[in-house]
Design a protein around this ligand. Structure first.
Ligand SMILES: Nc1ncnc2c1ncn2[C@@H]1O[C@H](COP(=O)(O)OP(=O)(O)OP(=O)(O)O)[C@@H](O)[C@H]1O
Length: 323
């Protein structure tokens, strides 16, 4: 595997002026990113999440050469993002929810054409990539519409295309599904999943929508107060916080005492004893079903996967940096 992002001890401080009396202002230093280490291999799909103000956008801005780090070492595609920003632009694609790289008054098609010239993409490579995006993101209905008239979902599909037309190695996405309706959200997620399957684009995604992360990213880096508090898979996170799958058994009639099942402690009893919820520890679903079957008439059985929202909320509350 080759390393596409290599950041060590990345740090960013901002000096802000705060009111200190009627006319006086005093300087205060805000540490937005406080020593982040991040190594991302080619083809990885990384979810980079954290609560509001955690330092996600500031990290992305340092990785893309928009902001100069206060300290630390960083290489993206082997380049120093600020010093070699022009060269880096050829290797990265960026979609920042709030900013656009499209020409507001031009039809989408013309923006794509201009980008081809900006990045000096050979016509056949451009055409092939555009064809792929048109198919996967369903662009044809609005290719000739001026960007200012596009809906948010249509514009986001345009932004994704614009970010990919020069064939970047890494795609940075800051909140790509924010404000999108379910259909557009699905289209964007499916598209990114397809990009991930192809395996040669590295994707770094920040979002508050954890369904994006669950659907797309195997690896999750969580930051809080500018520091990494988790770096691993989603399963690691569940393991660390002890989240378990649940088996929900609906009974025809309540039992006098809910059965004790080895390896599956009773999590709760609901609807006057007609619903028993067991947590799967060492037992499997089949063992819970057979444990109950002899004692009660089962109306329905379902399995509830651990809730990523809940485990991430617990992590944000408990956040202790990993070192
Ligand atoms: N240009 C700036 N000047 C001063 N402080 C800043 C600046 N940019 C960011 N900050 C501060 O740095 C911290 C991290 O901000 P950042 O935007 O990176 O967080 P974030 O994780 O992206 O948050 P959100 O999820 O709300 O977008 C915040 O306290 C923010 O107020």
């Amino acid at each position: 595997m080759s390393l596409v992002i290599d950041a060590q001890g990345l740090r960013k401080e901002f000096t802000v002026r705060v009111k200190a009396g009627r006319l006086r202002r005093r300087k205060r230093v805000v540490t937005a990113v406080d020593g982040v280490d991040l190594r991302v291999d080619r083809g990885e799909m990384l979810g980079y999440i954290g609560p509001n103000g955690a330092g996600k956008s500031t990290t992305l801005k340092m990785l893309t050469g928009v902001l100069t780090p206060s300290a630390g070492e960083v290489r993206v595609c082997g380049l120093r993002p600020v010093a070699e920003r022009t060269r880096l632009a050829l290797g990265v694609g960026v979609v920042f929810g709030q900013r656009s790289q499209l020409w507001w008054d031009l039809p989408l098609r013309d923006s794509f054409d201009l980008l081809r010239h900006v990045y000096r993409v050979p016509a056949d490579a451009h055409a092939a990539r555009l064809r792929r995006c048109r198919g996967l993101l369903d662009l044809d209905g609005f290719l000739d519409t001026p960007v200012r008239q596009l809906s948010l979902g249509q514009r986001m599909r345009g932004e994704l295309t614009a970010a990919l037309l020069h064939g970047p190695q890494v795609l940075f996405l800051d909140e790509p599904t924010i404000g999108l309706d379910v259909v557009s959200k699905q289209a964007v997620r499916d598209f990114l999943a397809e990009l991930g399957r192809a395996g040669d684009t590295t994707l770094v995604l920040t979002t508050h929508d954890l369904a994006d992360i669950e659907r797309l990213c195997r690896r999750l880096v969580v930051i809080d107060h500018g520091r990494v508090v988790h770096d691993g898979t989603i399963a690691d996170l569940h393991g660390r916080y002890g989240s378990r799958r649940l088996v929900v058994a609906e009974l025809d009639a309540p039992l006098a005492t809910p059965p004790v099942l080895p390896g599956a402690p009773l999590a709760r009893v609901e609807t006057d004893g007609r619903r028993l919820v067991y947590a799967l520890e060492s037992a499997g679903v089949a063992q819970v079903v057979s444990g109950l079957a002899g004692l009660a008439t089962l109306r329905d059985i379902s399995v509830v996967e651990p809730d990523i929202e809940e485990v991430v909320a617990r992590l944000y509350r408990a956040a202790v940096p990993v070192r």
